[in-house]
Design a protein around this ligand. Structure first.
Ligand SMILES: [Zn+2]
Length: 114
């Protein structure tokens, strides 16, 4: 085993340990939207000042290629934000694991060397 293999081995172990400690990983994101209602006389129609209703918080994600949204209360948004953060971290760690595996395969096989 080379020093590089040894170093990468430790990196893989570190990443797997971090993934193991992540907990719940919720895909998608939370966004806040200001909206106009259907009442033509409502203050939210004011052209001078932005008086739209909200913010309304939505959890959105892709389901079968389509965007799916759910309206969240402020409390729900606070509760689920850490789960969304975990999912983002999981994706970053997965990409790191893939990069390490590609490097290991290239080194083992002599690929990428001229
Ligand atoms: Zn309105």
């Amino acid at each position: 085993m080379t020093d590089s293999d040894d170093h990468d081995e430790r990196e893989v172990a570190r990443i797997c340990a971090e993934i193991g400690a992540l907990g719940r990983c919720l895909p998608g994101s939370i966004s806040a939207r200001l909206l106009r209602c259907g009442n033509p006389k409502c203050r939210c129609r004011d052209a001078e000042v932005d008086r739209r209703h909200g913010p309304y918080r939505y959890w959105t994600r892709k389901v079968g290629g389509k965007t799916a949204s759910r309206l969240l209360s402020a409390e729900q948004a606070r509760r689920y934000q850490p789960w969304l953060d975990n999912d983002r971290r999981l994706r970053a760690l997965t990409r790191e694991l893939e990069a390490l595996a590609i490097r290991a395969a290239e080194r083992a096989e002599g690929w990428g060397e001229k």
